[in-house]
Design a protein around this ligand. Structure first.
Ligand SMILES: Nc1ncnc2c1ncn2[C@@H]1O[C@H](COP(=O)(O)OP(=O)(O)OP(=O)(O)O)[C@@H](O)[C@H]1O
Ligand SMILES: [Mg+2]
Length: 369
């Protein structure tokens, strides 16, 4: 009987022909473990996270293995879904500042209070739950809210790194985070001048020990001001995500934010509509408090992908206030499902963007833990 090896199994899986299954991102490393007992085989496999709507039946994987090794009677698959990241093209400016970071994503909006920080935090946790290494920069120097939303009060330590003193980002819910809110007292009034705020955001990139990350997410302040400009001038971002609410006053500002990123050559990876609707907990009736379909309409109009819509739910707000993001706190809720899907849509957009970016790309799937 031929020996059943990781490469044998990988070759079998690569024969799958299904548009919903991205076999190109599988490597030997994707097969985590194989265990054989007589004619029974157990395979632990790590594959790209799929969206809820994607119809792919994992039994197909067991079927192709069975076909390749007909002597097996019994195949147990343990599928671990994780994000697959394709490293962005090697830009010299980015390499000099953030050499270990594959992708940088700004979560932005034109208008304030639409839920950028809530979305940024939950997206970051969602990506981390799918196995990505994620960092989060609270780029809202004037009104940092990430420490509250992640329930962090500690001051970051410093480390001597490559002869340079760097801040160590704080750990929360599987991600790394830095915020001006950790460095200055909550209640102390600070009058930031534009250059100081820009300096702080730069330092969050240059003077923090980020190490290796698949994603570095920036929670941006509202609008299109100094901080946005500083960010795009410091490193070429992988892309921006625009958060909007469905009503026209918010959409007008979303269009402006979109145009600003286009003007500075930052690809807009997609639009997320927040506070899309409200489902009454008692009657389950749906109320479109801020109107309906606005986000999708603007996406079509400006030709950017629509990544999804998140309902208004008091549990989302409570998660922010108590410092436990809903995707972590109530993982089996409909809201968490929606946010996980949006994060997978985003991951897909990032991979598509990187495949089309000039320069060298390498496809990587889930490094060993
Ligand atoms: N989908 C939602 N359901 C319920 N509450 C939400 C939702 N999204 C955001 N919120 C709440 O709305 C408020 C504003 O959200 P958040 O602070 O994330 O907005 P922001 O766009 O980052 O604001 P700013 O422009 O001030 O940075 C917060 O109290 C948050 O908990
Ligand atoms: Mg905010």
């Amino acid at each position: 009987m031929p020996e059943i090896t990781k490469s044998g199994i990988l070759n079998a899986i690569k024969k799958i022909d299904d548009k919903n299954f991205n076999k190109n991102s599988l490597t030997l490393n994707s097969i985590k473990k194989i265990e054989r007992e007589g004619n029974s085989l157990t395979v632990d496999i790590s594959i790209p996270a799929l969206n809820k709507e994607t119809n792919f039946d994992y039994n197909i994987i067991a079927d192709v293995i069975k076909k390749e090794f007909p002597e097996l009677d019994d195949i147990h698959l343990n599928v671990q879904q994780r994000v697959s990241t394709i490293s962005t093209h090697k830009d010299p400016k980015k390499e000099a500042i953030l050499p270990g970071v594959k992708n940088t994503i700004a979560v932005a909006s034109g208008k304030g209070g639409v839920g950028k920080s809530t979305v940024a935090v939950n997206l970051a946790v969602a990506l981390a739950k799918d196995g990505a290494k994620v960092g989060l920069i609270d780029a809202d120097i004037y009104g940092p809210s990430i420490p509250l939303m992640l329930g962090i009060k500690d001051k970051p330590n410093v480390v001597q790194d490559d002869g340079k003193v760097r801040l160590i980002p704080l750990d929360a819910f599987g991600l790394k985070m830095i915020s001006i809110g950790l460095l200055v007292d909550d209640n102390a009034p600070i009058i930031w001048r534009g250059p100081m705020a820009s300096g702080a955001i730069k330092q969050f990139m240059t003077d923090v020990a980020w190490g290796e990350l698949d994603y570095l997410v920036f929670d941006m302040p509202p609008g299109t001001g100094d901080i946005q400009l500083t960010l795009v001038q410091t490193i070429p971002l992988t892309g921006a995500v625009i958060v909007t609410t469905p009503q026209e006053v918010s959409l007008i500002d979303a269009r402006k934010a979109l145009k600003m990123f286009e003007r500075v050559n930052v690809p807009v990876l997609g639009l997320i509509e927040n506070m899309s609707y409200f489902i009454a907990p008692d009657t389950k009736n749906r109320y479109d408090i801020f109107g309906t379909g606005g986000g999708e309409r603007v996406s079509k109009e400006l030709n950017v992908p629509f990544l999804g819509g998140i309902p208004i739910n008091p549990q989302i707000r409570e998660g922010g206030d108590k410092g436990i993001p809903i995707v972590f706190d109530i993982p089996d809720s409909n809201e968490s499902d929606i946010i996980m899907d949006i994060s997978r849509n985003l991951n897909e957009r990032v991979n598509i963007r990187n495949l089309n970016a000039p320069g060298k790309v390498e496809i990587l799937l889930g490094d060993d833990d």
